[in-house]
Design a protein around this ligand. Sequence first.
Ligand SMILES: NC(=O)c1ccc[n+]([C@@H]2O[C@H](COP(=O)([O-])OP(=O)(O)OC[C@H]3O[C@@H](n4cnc5c(N)ncnc54)[C@H](O)[C@@H]3O)[C@@H](O)[C@H]2O)c1
Length: 345
Amino acid sequence: MKVLVTGGAGFIGSAVVRHAIAQGHSVVNLDVLTYAACLTNVASVAGSPAYAFEQVDIRDRAELDRVFAAHQPDAVMHLAAESHVDRSIDGPGDFIETNITGTYHLLEAARAYWLACDRFEGFRFHHISTDEVFGTLGDTGQFTESTPYDPRSPYSASKAASDHLVRAWSETYGLPVVMTNCSNNYGPFHFPEKLVPVVILRALAGEPIPVYGEGLNVRDWLYVEDHADALLTVLEKGELGRSYNIGGENEARNIDLVKMICEILDVKRPQETPYADLITYVADRPGHDLRYAIDPTRIATELGWRPSVTLEQGLEKTVQWYLDNEDWWRPLQNRAGVGTRLGTG
Ligand SMILES: NC(=O)c1ccc[n+]([C@@H]2O[C@H](COP(=O)([O-])OP(=O)(O)OC[C@H]3O[C@@H](n4cnc5c(N)ncnc54)[C@H](O)[C@@H]3O)[C@@H](O)[C@H]2O)c1
């Protein structure tokens, strides 16, 4: 299958690109290369005849039409987005333009291509979204695919809008879509502004490790390689028009996650004092959702997919990857906004 992956130079998109090629698919990686992109993420497959790259903005309809006509993909996996909640608080405009308007242009380009190809059997538009569209949970309960949408940040609101557009293009125009909403990812190639790499890199630098509020926010952590595997499973086996929640079966409070990372570093890179001594509580994010948790029943029972690693195993691999790949993360720390507190409202 030839898959057009949008956002394939980002964190999750690059894992999808690597997995798809490893599974024998061809990939066209379409990415405009924002501050969050890094082509090194796909360097291991960039020389493959099954790989092509197009530096294109999903808001540029003419360029999207050119890419569809030139590459004739069998499927689209749409991951391109502005993805950092803190940046969405400081500058929501980019999130509206890329996540909503960009998704609209991509849907229209995909629909025009599909119609021009006589609505060919087997075409799929896979929209990748987040569990943040469901809002926040209390101490109990889990998000299912029928949980009402209740987004609370500019980021999650823009993703919710894009989900609604994709459903509308399925219902109204019959575009063959599948959708996924997943929990927080972590793993190799995670851009150094997100929580897990921030903790690892601050600890290694001997700098304060910031924890928002009291660190009591709960997330359901999903190893990025497992997510990529789940996405390809949904692309191949998912039922048209259906959405699937993807979780890691690994709920943890932020403070416990941070302490786990510190303990792994205590073993791998021992110092005189425990890394956890660097933990520093800072002002909370405005509108910080308390808890996200995924009910993974649908993807498990209908598609037979489950995560392959526990949080402990995934974090161990992730910390080791950052220890082994300073050449990757060091230059990214100079990019705009990285290392400074964003999104204080
Ligand atoms: N990171 C998570 O924990 C998580 C969880 C659930 C869902 N998601 C969703 O998964 C997708 C990928 O997330 P990520 O963490 O890999 O994001 P990321 O920020 O690491 O990567 C996003 C990529 O999209 C590209 N991009 C941004 N705007 C673009 C535009 N206008 N045109 C073309 N390309 C553009 C960027 O250059 C970048 O390579 C997003 O849709 C996000 O909402 C992420």
